[in-house]
Design a protein around this ligand. Structure first.
Ligand SMILES: [Zn+2]
Length: 332
């Protein structure tokens, strides 16, 4: 098997991760040619995430049990982007820098039912899912070689989902990606210049202006951010500032489950089950206690594709104003 490796482009300084071993992974969506006419079954005999098909999985890491079945389950990824046993190694070639590093990618199966859409999950099902995120996040960030852990879910083929069965993924990396370092350094600079966290400042400003807000409860705010990069982008930001998602309390999980359910239901209804990426940002291990950082959720619907302008300029082109998107999403 060809090992995954990172290579740096010396013109942009951007790193690209090469994972050639993933090219053989199966894609559910490609099999279903007549997607519109095809009605998804509750159970699919070829799906490794359906109950009873465990022999198709490399291993089950843990699960939240439900009498004779389970609510959520963490399983190893058959096609991880990085490999856990790899030793960190850097090759400082002036023109062609390269790095080998460790990492792991696991799948969180969100529900036993193959055809369950997350937008129809109950609050209790969202709570179980968020508790699964917290538990595994906390375990992985404590492992010495892991420097950064994140959670994401790709919804729909256009957002990169290879399997239809509802699932999220949790990734641990033996390095902190340059983009994360850049984000964290920007937040640190803001804190030193203004004496307060950018996240707290954003939250107060969005609350005050109201025009981009979608939902609010005692612990969270859901809104279209002022500088949304894509149409109908949404953020869920906690009111209690905390860099480490692993420290979210049970009470906060109940309120996060409620606001996430409302947000995903609304997105499903208004944009007719759009493809989207949901990402959960938490601080890198080095900054896990930083008072200038705050974990949060970002949801990016895939309503258009980056093209020539974006490639050359490095800027996102959003065809819609965040205030208009928020008004559209609020209208129920
Ligand atoms: Zn399935």
């Amino acid at each position: 098997m060809v090992k995954p490796e990172l290579r740096q482009n010396k013109i942009t300084n951007n790193w690209t991760l090469y994972a050639p071993h993933r090219s053989t992974r199966p894609m559910d969506h490609k099999k279903k040619k007549n997607k519109q006419k095809y009605k998804l079954p509750k159970y699919e005999k070829e799906c490794p995430f359906c109950p009873g098909n465990e022999k198709m999985l490399p291993s089950v890491i843990s699960e939240i049990r439900n009498k004779n079945s389970w609510f959520t389950r963490i399983v190893s990824n058959k096609y991880p982007v990085l490999l856990p046993e790899e030793k960190q190694k850097k090759f400082n070639d002036v023109t062609f820098p390269c790095m080998l590093t460790s990492g792991n990618q696991e799948v969180i199966v969100e529900h036993p039912m193959h055809n369950k859409n997350i937008s129809s999950f109950s609050t209790c099902e969202f709570e179980n899912l968020l508790k699964t995120y917290r538990k595994r996040f906390d375990e992985l960030i404590r492992i010495k070689s892991n420097k950064f852990v994140f959670v994401f879910r790709n919804h729909g083929e256009g957002a990169g989902a290879s399997r239809i069965h509802p699932h999220s993924q949790i990734v641990s990396l033996g390095f902190v990606p340059a983009y994360i370092q850049y984000r964290e350094n920007n937040s640190k600079k803001f804190f030193h210049k203004h004496g307060r966290s950018i996240y707290k400042t954003l939250l107060e400003r969005e609350k005050k202006e109201k025009k981009r807000m979608l939902f609010e409860n005692d612990a969270f705010l859901a809104f279209v951010p002022y500088a949304a990069e894509v149409k109908c982008e949404l953020w869920i930001l906690p009111k209690k500032q905390r860099a480490n998602f692993g420290k979210i309390t049970n009470k906060e999980i109940i309120l996060l489950a409620k606001i996430l359910k409302k947000t995903l239901e609304r997105l499903h209804e208004k944009l007719k089950n759009p493809d989207y990426n949901l990402v959960l940002y938490s601080a890198s291990k080095h900054n896990i206690k930083a008072s200038y950082l705050c974990w949060h959720i970002q949801i990016r619907p895939k309503l258009s594709r980056p093209a020539g302008f974006e490639i050359v300029s490095g800027m996102n082109v959003n065809p819609s104003l965040p205030e208009i998107d928020a008004k559209f999403l609020r209208n129920h």
